[in-house]
Design a protein around this ligand. Structure first.
Ligand SMILES: *Cc1c(COP(=O)(O)O)cnc(C)c1O
Length: 382
């Protein structure tokens, strides 16, 4: 049979300034592109394996996991296929079908699916709603007190450290203390934070933490990081009865080639960039202040920003779409002409974006481009 044309080219996205928040933290440094090539064959990390992926000496996955555990302050680190697989493994090991877990109202859909697949009931801690959508740790306390008064047991508390809708950073330490005081294990979802900003699982009373290699750790993925504190190691890293060396929740081995090689190659780069997180926030604050000079542009979510993912409401850009011959597509097309991509085609009412990893000059250019487009079509706006 003859295959169809799959058009495996990403030239547009690679050659332009890409504002898609999903992709900003997953860009590989050159050394990781090399590792990707070196380990591109299937099972390529298994040359020197004697049964346990996490103990492979060459390449030193063993040393890498020790460093990773140090980096995020956990007793044990493992790679999984993504943040979602990490959450699923923790829930599967710690909860029983029918159990109740408490989750923030800004949780990612994968938290819901991991719980659903494990047969768990979800109780939500509501956000403050429009326009900040803030998750207040006190609200966790209220929800837990309420459940306690009704005699309902809670087997896990989950917090989305930084959510993917508003880029709100929630105080993990405060929620960790509340969970800890209630004697409930605490899972922190760091898909948007681990690899961008410092994570202190021990200091925050975090029992389990997950990260996403392809989201925030400069890895090709799919790969995630699962951190587990000693107290829970017997449960989450339990061995198989039949295959004594294999870890059950990991289904024996997780990432077995290029994904883990790129994450390993990126660790020094990640350690370095996390130390420059303050600079990223400064750039984001500058970007928001420039964007809000444009008529009607408003940053949604907690202010001032504490993370690079920004959600803007842009009614001005939306009102232009009504009269523009290209309708809602004009914004995408005008941006692309200026070598900027990553805002969804046709989207003008609101959008999410990030300038993570761009230089100050590039951020200035991006903000200036939006202002230029607004000014060019101002006569079409109501
Ligand atoms: C992207 C994202 C995920 C999913 O991460 P994967 O590594 O792809 O599973 C989970 N949670 C949040 C908050 C995210 O933003």
């Amino acid at each position: 049979m003859k295959c169809q044309d799959y058009s495996l080219s990403r030239k547009t996205e690679r050659d332009n300034l890409n504002l898609n928040p999903l992709q900003r933290g997953g860009v590989l440094p050159p050394e990781s592109r090399e590792a990707l090539y070196e380990f591109s064959d299937g099972y390529s990390v298994c040359d020197y394996c004697s049964g346990r992926l996490d103990e492979i000496p060459r390449p030193s996955i063993h040393g890498f996991l020790e460093d990773m555990a140090d980096f995020i302050k956990v007793d044990h680190a493992r790679t999984v296929h993504g943040a979602r697989e990490g959450k699923f493994a923790v829930m599967h090991a710690v909860c029983r079908p029918g159990d109740t877990i408490v989750v923030d109202g800004n949780a990612h859909y994968t938290s819901h699916l991991a719980a659903e697949r494990n047969g768990l009931n979800i109780v939500e801690v509501p956000s403050s709603g429009e326009p900040e959508y803030r998750i207040d740790p006190v609200a966790y306390q209220e929800v837990l007190d309420n459940l306690y008064d009704r005699g309902e047991e809670v087997s896990l508390v989950l917090l989305t450290h930084v959510d993917g809708d508003y880029g709100n950073l929630t105080d993990a330490q405060a929620v960790g203390k509340i969970a800890h005081d209630a004697g409930i294990p605490f899972l922190l979802n760091c898909a948007y934070s681990m690899g961008r900003m410092p994570i202190d699982a021990k200091g925050w009373n975090v029992d389990f933490v997950v990260g996403s290699g392809h989201k925030s750790m400069a890895a090709s993925g799919p790969i995630g990081v699962l951190g587990v504190q000693e107290e829970w190691a017997d449960m989450v890293l339990k061995r198989s009865d039949r295959h004594h060396v294999k870890e059950l929740e990991m289904l024996g081995c997780t990432s077995r080639g290029a994904p883990v090689a790129t994450l390993m190659a990126s660790l020094p780069h990640i350690i370095d960039r996390v130390s420059k997180w303050d600079f990223e926030i400064e750039k984001t604050l500058y970007f928001v202040s420039e964007m809000e000079k444009i008529s009607g542009v408003r940053q949604i979510g907690v202010r001032p920003k504490e993370h690079d993912l920004v959600r803007f409401e842009t009614p001005f850009f939306h009102s232009i779409a009504d009269k523009h011959p290209r309708k809602g597509f004009y914004l995408y097309e005008e941006l692309k002409r200026r070598n900027i991509v990553g805002i969804k085609r046709g989207q003008t009412q609101w959008f999410k974006c990030s300038v993570y990893g761009f230089s100050q000059e590039q951020v200035h250019y991006i903000a200036h481009s939006f202002a230029e487009i607004a000014s060019k079509f101002k006569d079409m706006a109501d």
